[in-house]
Design a protein around this ligand. Sequence first.
Ligand code: IPE
Ligand code: IPE
Ligand code: MG
Length: 257
Amino acid sequence: MQHISSTLGVPDTSYVPRHVAIIMDGNGRWATQRHLPRIAGHTRGLEAVRAVVEASAARGVQYLTLFAFSSENWRRPVEEVSFLMRLFMSALRREVVKMHANNIRLKVVGDLSRFSARIQQLIRDAEARTAGNTGLTVTIAANYGGRWDLLQAMRKMLARSPMLDVDKIEEGELTPHLAMAYAPEPDLFIRTGGEQRISNFLLWQLAYSELYFTDVFWPDFDAAELDKAFASYRQRERRFGRTSAQVVAPSGLSGTA
Ligand code: IPE
Ligand code: IPE
Ligand code: MG
């Protein structure tokens, strides 16, 4: 296989980002600030999800990926985890109907084996129901971890091609096995809630994403905040290793690696 890196092409930032990936953080602190239990923040967080899904579709985003539950979030108090599971279940039941009506395709990525049989069934149903939709693809990362993703991709790669010459393994051998192989890499990564870290989100795919951090807590994030992130994205010059002059004069886009 000829090795062509995904970082070869330079997307034009004057367009809306094709793929936006968001770490929806700050629900707990949003609630605590209001003397509410943390779970109230998660409930409000679901409302922000609705607003951002709608705004993304309206602006022409093609892929919206939302980190809903990390492989590390099981470490939280058992009551909070079970509330999040119930919220996930009711969202899968209710929101999917609306998403389907809006031509949205829903995907869920992560190690789903740890979820209850009911949740796993709801996920399969939701994905099957919306599979033929041609509008925005919304991906929910649930029990997802970037390291888990890389490991499961490596296992699949080796299982499918046991004779693979280790000295010749290239990006193109691994990437089809990543959980989000159906999507281009995120153009724009957003993290709300003030922390400036990746927290084991899409480790491979974020290699060249533009990063945007905001102090706004997730329940307060809305279409106007999304537009601020897009405005910041439009100011970026994506170079993928080249010089600024090369990017401005695209004839300079040389090299195949
Ligand atoms: C993000 O908000 C939601 C999940 C991780 C499920 P948090 O619950 O992490 O909120 P903070 O960071 O404690 O404020
Ligand atoms: C990251 O948020 C995961 C999700 C938003 C689902 P956390 O709040 O769990 O992240 P850390 O552990 O503080 O970095
Ligand atoms: Mg948090």
